[in-house]
Design a binder for this molecule. Structure first.
Ligand code: GDP
Ligand code: ZN
Length: 361
């Protein structure tokens, strides 16, 4: 397959040309199984493992290759396992807090151009959840498109679509019925040849149904990557990067569909740009928008210009970010400690002052 058909672009070409690669060639990671990666390039498809240098870098906190990555690879002959030398700088990446208590990041997919944020127009409809996905999406540097599915099961589609547009921050809002096959012309505008997409959204909103409509056939279990690993074993895994009939590429990896926020502070700011700019107009720079006088945020809520639920979601997502940051970044934890020290000192001084005043009286 030619590289542009796999998502190669001017950007990666520039990255590639900035370095001397010897006999290595570019390839894209199409699925991953533990420490083996299925890759595709002009040579075809094969399995690859990581070069020692890459393993060492990963052990020191660097990134392992992930689905969607472009890598520099040595391919000896199509029958044997190739060796990945390096991961090219990513244009975008979806990262999540890895499962379990430890706050660790895990890159789920890389080099995604467009993320379809799917929700359903039935009981699932929830602008707050979309705000969360939007934050993650802006953070990852993928372009979000909001997809509202199950239009056939909804009596007030136009009203809900308008409500979603209010929180979309400029992202397109599309209405679909995957079941009836309606609304796909609009969606197809975003399925550009050589561009990479993902579908995100809670379970049950219709992602598989949409994917099946896009593929126009059932893909599960159809396309498998088969090759021998370095020990000569045959390994089979489901492909996680597919080509759609339009020539667009779709990444569908386990765990990617439902994300947990990770390091999305910038994304939260962008998603809640309206709240942030209101907050800049508050009288006090450290206004917490609770009971302070001159609070532009509370005023907007009282005047009906800002949805209280949206404000609360902004608080919640910001808190989550601060919590993760403290857990992960010792510098931030220290900063937080200093902050509390200051507050305690101020409270103590206030207390002592009151004692003194009382003493005088
Ligand atoms: P996923 O978990 O997001 O992949 O969701 P599925 O694609 O498995 O769909 C969940 C359920 O919703 C299935 O019973 C589908 O038949 C149904 N569904 C999907 N799209 C639509 C739609 O446009 N309208 C209606 N009424 N049901 C749909
Ligand atoms: Zn305020």
């Amino acid at each position: 397959m030619d590289l542009f058909g796999l998502g190669w672009s001017k950007y990666f070409e520039a990255m590639w040309n900035s370095k001397e690669w010897g006999s290595a060639v570019p390839a894209r990671v199409i699925s991953q199984q533990k420490k083996f990666w299925a890759i595709a390039g002009e040579f075809g498809e094969c399995w690859a493992e990581a070069a020692g240098k890459l393993r060492l870098a990963a052990a020191e906190g660097g990134d392992w290759p992930t689905v969607g990555d472009w890598v520099a690879v040595h391919v000896e002959n199509p029958g044997s396992t190739a060796v990945i030398q390096e991961v090219l700088p990513r244009r975008s990446q979806f990262v999540r807090k890895s499962a379990g208590k430890a706050a660790q990041e895990q890159v789920l997919a890389a080099n995604i151009d467009t993320a379809l944020l799917v929700s359903a127009l039935d009981g699932d409809f929830n602008p707050r959840r979309v705000e969360r996905y939007l934050a993650q999406c802006w953070e990852s540097h993928a372009k979000p498109v909001i997809v509202l599915n199950k239009a056939d099961a909804c009596a007030n589609t136009a009203q809900l679509a308008a409500e979603m547009e209010n929180v979309a921050g400029g992202a397109a809002v599309l209405v679909l019925s995957a079941k009836r096959g309606l609304g796909f012309e609009e969606l197809e505008k975003y399925l550009v040849r050589g561009e990479t997409l993902v579908l995100l959204g809670s379970s049950g909103v219709g992602k598989s149904t949409i994917v099946n409509c896009l593929m126009r056939r059932v893909i599960q279990g159809v396309q498998e990557v088969r090759a021998s690993d370095s020990r000569g074993r045959h390994t089979t895994t489901a492909r996680e990067l597919f080509e759609l009939p339009s020539g667009a590429l779709l990444i569908d990896t386990p765990g990617l569909r439902e994300l947990q926020l990770w390091g999305a502070e910038e994304g939260v700011s962008r998603t809640f740009g309206d709240v942030q700019s209101l907050a800049m107009q508050c009288r006090f720079t450290d206004c917490r928008h609770e009971a302070e006088p001159g609070c532009a945020v509370r005023e907007a809520v009282q005047g009906g210009n800002l949805d209280l639920a949206r404000l609360e979601n902004w608080r919640k997502l910001s808190r989550e970010q601060a919590f993760l940051r403290r857990k992960v970044d010792p510098g931030a934890r220290l900063e937080q400690k200093e902050h509390w020290k200051k507050i305690h000192r101020a409270a103590r001084q206030k207390y002592e002052q009151r004692e003194k005043d009382g003493g005088k009286r």
